[in-house]
Design a protein around this ligand. Sequence first.
Ligand code: MN
Length: 195
Amino acid sequence: MATREYERKRDFRRSPEPRPRRGRKRSRKPGFAIQQHAASSMHFDLRLESESVLKSWAVPKGPSTDPREKRLAMPTEDHPLDYLDFEGVIPEGQYGAGVVIVWDRGTYENLSEDEEGEPLSVSEALERGRLRVRLDGEKLSGAWALVRIAEGREERWLFIKERDRDADARRTPVRTEPESVISGKTVTQMGEGEE
Ligand code: MN
């Protein structure tokens, strides 16, 4: 299964995180989510549905709607599709222990093309190190790019807002819109509610 690494890291008798399910079908448009995760360090997790898993990156500073702000994104293991809706508390001693909220979610469209303007699948675009998507979330929208800047053990990407009508250098949604789009709770409130 494509989420073997995800499963290997977790004890589902202890963690409330979703166990991968086979044959899970979703709506026609692929989904995305950005989770805020208060773990050993605070970060955001970007997840994009592709070929029955969620391609995932940890984004330490979270997304910026300012195209000049290029946000570092570190690839992490593929997650199961059910993770798009997951929020809650991961207990002490478990992988990723801490608090997770769904900071944004919605669907996306793959805008990636090759040099000749022919469409590229998400996996082809990731292979080449440049994925372009149009997000349709509750907080984030418009065109965004993921660009690989280093490969191998030190693989790193940048998550960048492209210049379009949804770009806005004055917005700082990570700071001004901290609530979960599911529960309305901040990570702090989510942590207090369950401890
Ligand atoms: Mn995380």
